[in-house]
Structures are given as C-alpha cells and as structure tokens.
Design a protein around this ligand. Structure first.
Ligand code: GLP
Length: 247
C-alpha cells in the first residue's frame, strides 16, 4: 500500500482528483468506480473545475458506483444517484448513459445485484476504484463481520452507520436500514484502488485497517491484500499510525 500524507482535506482532495484525472487521461474510456459520502466531495469539486477548464474530459469514461440505499428512488434527496448527479455528473461532460448506480427501487434486489456485477464485468472491469471509509472501517456498505467473498449484495446497515448517516436525514427513522452494495470481492477485482480518508475521528479505524490484522471485523483491512492500493489521507486521519506505519 502506498500512503500519501496531505496536510489537510483540501490537499487530500486535490491529490485524489489528480489521480482520477490521470487515469482518465491515460485511458479516456476507462471504468471509474465512484464513491459517495462527504469525503469525496472536495475531489469531485476539483474534477468539475478541471473539466470546465478543459484539462480533462470524461466524454468516453464509464462509471459504476459502489452502493445505493434500498427503498430510495433515484430522485430522492438522499439517494446516492442524486448525490452523484449533484456533486459530479451534472457538472462534467460524462455521457449520462455511461453512469451506473444501483437501483434502490429494484423489484428484485438480488437480481439487481447480480445484473450489476455482470454489467461491470461486461464493461471490462473497474480500472480505478475510489473509496471512502466509515468510522468502523466499513468500505462501501460492507460492515464489520461481512463476508469478504461476496459480490454485490443486499446489506443491513449497522447501528453505527445509521447514526453516522442520520445527519443527512430529517430523523433517524428515515435512514434506510438496508442498502445494495458492491461486496469486498467486487471491490478487490478493481485493477487499482484509491482510498481517501480525512479527520481524526477516523484515525483509529484507519490505523487498524492499514497496520492491524486482516479481518472482516475491519472491512478496509482487506485492502492490505490488494496489489495496487493508494491511500491518500490527511495528517489527522494518519495520526494514530505515526511510528508504526506499514507501507
Ligand atoms: C457511507 C458510504 C461509504 C462512505 C462512508 C463514509 O456509509 N456507503 O461509501 O465511505 O459513508 O462517509 P463519509 O465520507 O461521509 O465519512
């Protein structure tokens, strides 16, 4: 794992955006695995800016997103489809049909998950997968204890994740309890992985993920087994790793 330490959130975002832009410049029709959450917002903002300035074009790029809440329509204010439209897709030159997000209203969620894996494979697989990380070390919606061998599947969110995401909803009761999520297997199939982490509140989980044992109790720890992972994090997020960092 390559670790890039940045002084703050803004520089972390620029570094991450630069890696995504470089991927698109090297392979214009690449498949980008994209993430939601507050962490990638700054990187998406940089990409929008560079796209407007003509530095990078997404005209040929394809995208697949990690996850979606089960039961939320694409237009719902808190759906991840809407998040992607508002934070990235509506502001860059990507072709709408080339953006893929799981359908939270699928009549048969298991079939939706299987079709999503087949679609991703048919695109040629993911060239670069962007990830954030939850406070309990979750990636996408793979919660502690989830099986590493799963492809895209239906997940039940942990109480901690419901609490963390509650801030986006009017009340805790409105936070969906289930989601559709790429599994660890789907993520590990990506050729390259870029994980971005910001803030001291994630420091403990990040230290466990990077230099603790590989265990499904800390889902992000599986990344230690992937041959091409770059972690871009701010100093606060890396603070619990100091002295004991494993590269
Ligand atoms: C959600 C998403 C994850 C994301 C995590 C952390 O649970 N499913 O993909 O990494 O939140 O979000 P944040 O970046 O807001 O801390």
């Amino acid at each position: 794992m390559r670790i890039i330490e940045c002084p703050d959130y803004a520089s972390m975002s620029r570094r991450a955006a630069a890696m995504i832009a470089a991927q698109v410049l090297l392979k214009p029709d690449c498949v980008l695995g994209l993430a939601t959450g507050s962490t990638p917002v700054g990187a998406y903002r940089e990409l929008v800016k560079w796209n407007r300035e003509g530095l990078v074009s997404f005209k040929e790029a394809r995208s697949v997103n990690l996850d979606e809440y089960l039961g939320l329509a694409p237009e719902h204010e808190q759906s991840y489809r809407r998040f992607m439209q508002e934070n990235l897709f509506d502001h860059i030159d990507i072709v709408p049909e080339n953006t893929h997000v799981l359908n939270g209203l699928a009549a048969d969620p298991d079939a939706e998950c299987a079709a999503y894996d087949a679609m991703t494979a048919a695109l040629g697989g993911i060239d670069l997968q962007l990830l954030g990380m939850g406070h309990n070390g979750h990636i996408a919606f793979n919660e502690p204890g989830d099986d590493f061998g799963l492809g895209t599947h239906v997940v039940t969110l942990s109480e901690r994740t419901i609490d963390a995401n509650r801030r986006f909803f009017a009340s805790r009761d409105e936070v969906p309890r289930r989601a559709l999520s790429m599994g660890i297997r789907s993520i590990m199939l990506a050729r390259r992985i870029l994980i971005i982490v910001s803030g001291e509140d994630k420091a403990e989980a990040l230290a466990k993920a990077v230099s603790g044992p590989v265990t499904n109790e800390v889902p992000a720890s599986v990344l230690q087994l992937h041959p091409d992972v770059t972690l871009v994090a701010d100093s606060a997020a890396l603070s619990a790793l100091k002295g004991g960092r494993a590269e």
